[in-house]
Structure formats: C-alpha cells, structure tokens
Write a protein that binds this ligand. Sequence first.
Ligand code: ATP
Length: 426
Amino acid sequence: MWIGIDDTDSPAGMCTTYIGAVLVRQLARSGFRVVEARLVRLNPNVIHKTRGNAAICIEAEGEIEAVFALTCACVEAFAEFDAPGTNPGVVVSRVRPPPDFYYAALRDFCTVEEAVEVLEAAGARYRGYKNRRGLIGATAAVASDLPDRTYELLAYRTRENWGTPRQVDRSSLFRAEEMTGPHTWDTVDRENDVVVCVPHTPDPVLFGIRGESPAWVGRARSSVRSEGPACEQVYTTNQGTDAHLVPGQIGELREGRSYLVRGTVAGSPTTGPGGHVSFLLADEGVEARCMAYEPTKGFRDVVRRLVPGDVVVAAGSYKGGSLNLEKLGVCHLADLIRIRPPVCPACGKRMTSAGTGKGYKCRVCGARSREPEAERVERLLQPGWYEVPPTARRHLARPLVRGVPAWEEALLQSGRKCSRLPHRQP
Ligand code: ATP
C-alpha cells in the first residue's frame, strides 16, 4: 500500500519529512514492512506552502486499517494543528492512483475536490484535517511517478535541540562535498563559500545530503561531524530532476507554472534596484521578461553578458509576468559589432564625428571619411548551459552535474539553427 502525508508543519516548526521518518520507524516496530520512503516536491509556486512544498509517500506492506490508524495517530501527535495555515492530509491506498494527479500538482494547481475524486476512484482511505488542503499533496505523493529520481539523506535533531542553533562542523561538510561531488550536490556552495544543506528554520531537520544514490549520500554523510542526530532517513525524491518544467512558448505562459522557453534576447540586460538583473526575451513578436534575482549571485554576470540577438533557452517559473531564471542555455551568440570613428589614413589619429550625417573628420589634418570603423567585439560567453549557484537552487531544479535531459538539449539545439542579424552596438 501507499501512504501519503502532507501539510503538517508551520513556519514555527515541524516538517512533514520528519513525521515520515517517525512513521517509517513506527511501521517497522509494528511489524509492517517498509518498501520505500519517498519525498516529492510539488509546484514550487503554490502560495500555501510553508517552505519547499514537500509531501511524502511511504510504500509499505500490511493490513490497511491498522496502517491507516497508525498514520493518523502519528500525524495527530506531531502536526502543528494550531497553526492557521496547517491543514494535514493523510491517504492510504492499496491502489496506486494514475500519475496524472501527481503531474498536475507538480506543474499546475489542484483543488481538494480533485484530490478526493482521485482517492474515491482508487478506493483509498483518507482523512483531511481542518480545511483538508493537505489531501492535495498527500494524494499527489501517493500517485507520484519518478522516471528520474535522486536521493536525500535527512538527519533529524533530538527534540531538546529544536529551535536552537545547529551544531554542524562546517569544514566536514566541505570535505563531504569534496569526497563525493559530483555524485552529491548542494551540500555546500564552493563559489559563494556557503553551507547549503543545513537549514536555518526552527524545524527538526539537522542537515540533508542530496545525491544520485543511497550509497553516495551515505558516503557523504559519513564525513559529516555534527551534534548527535535523533534519526536519519534516506528518501527517494524527484528533487534535482527538472520534473516541474514543461516546454513553453512566450505569449502562452501561464502564471505559477514552470517552463523551458526559447527566444531571442530583445533588449540589453539591465540591473535594477536590489541587484536584480532582467532582460526581454522575444519569440515571434511577443516578449517576456526574464529575471535573475540578487540571490542568484554570479549567475547574474552570465545574464549581463547577453546582447540583443542572442538565442537562448530559459528555464524558470512564470510569476508576476516574469520568468524567474533557474537555468539558461545559450544556443547562438549574436555578432557584437562596435562602431567607432575610423583612424585617419594620413596621420594615424582617430577621427571624430563631423556632425550628424556628415561622417568623420580628422582634427589633426582635416581629412574626411564617410565610413565608420566596425570592429567585432569578443563575446565573453560561450554557447552552452549556465545555472544558478547551489545556494539559490530550487529543490526541483536539476543541477548541471547531473547532465541535461534530452528534451532540454533538443530545445537548445533547435535554437542553434536560428541565424540572426548581427547586433550593432553604438
Ligand atoms: P510541509 O513540510 O508541511 O510539507 P511545505 O512547504 O511542503 O511544508 P505545506 O505545508 O505542505 O508546504 O503546504 C503546501 C500545501 O499546498 C499543502 O496543503 C498541499 O496539499 C498544497 N498543494 C501542494 N501542491 C499543490 C498544487 N499544485 N495545487 C494546490 N495545492 C497544492
């Protein structure tokens, strides 16, 4: 059977993955075999999320009513029921619902009624607490389909430590990354010298190590020195897979969904207040704004090097009318031509403008020329993929160390075939 749980925490504490880890242990203690523990991330643009829009699914074997009772008791014991935004959902089903609902919750928005319809069709046992919103995530977790999967080892704190500063040896995390990267990722951000895997929120998580197999996350974990954890759980996840992205077309992007879109840079990138960088991306006469926010740090320098005429593919969520960049594929670089007054053939000095439409004049010998000097400027960017640093990466975003999925690469290659007029810079 598949057990789904969601919406148990609040900004003040708790974490659904912790309840999942506790339940895994309670199931085992009660004699139920646990086959897999899964952590799925759903649409990152859902406004009701507490942090990362996670839900969990545990695959187990045993008697369904007993498991349902145990799961509800576990959620009732740990969920933050008093928090106004916490609306837990519990699902236990012998039949795995079709994955459509998972994909809808991952890439779009769903209602409680739609979740209930799926649960009824599957003959599932379910309980929605308070406004029952947690049933959406719990149903999606149970229906989840992970054609691409990664793993996360989550270590949890002992109860007396909750809310206090976490004691995790910084250098041991850098060592863990050194020993196991690129098979693990997002433990630390070397470029920005930041620890990524230790949260700062008052929840029970001590740290989380992400990687491509249980063996790799386990190996990284063995290097980490920290306060003694209460327990550890390895989850199978959809993190780092780009499962939230769908191919999109400028002009048809819908608010709150995440896309990979191809277009031509239509305006020079500009840096706005707060250090956020934006530019216009156009396709067939329609434009969309792309944003690289300040937390994306050095990624903004990549964006700043774009010039009008470059053909790119941009990945990110479409929110407030902008595509918030997670990744950028540079398909084709426009020629960047610098126009300036020519050098005087007689005396070797650079000429100056003789006035609008009057060409150029040498201030030394008086020679004239109509033609400016056109110089091709070296581009400080190569075609290929660029991503935000680990410190700014979304849970679902696929790190480049994992490679690029075939459909994303195909979109990038399709952009290479476009030939564009050279861009002229004054
Ligand atoms: P937690 O650790 O408790 O899971 P979280 O950051 O993952 O914290 P939740 O507290 O679960 O966020 O809140 C997300 C809420 O949004 C849940 O009630 C979930 O059922 C719901 N939800 C998730 N995905 C969607 C979606 N695509 N459409 C509508 N509601 C969704």
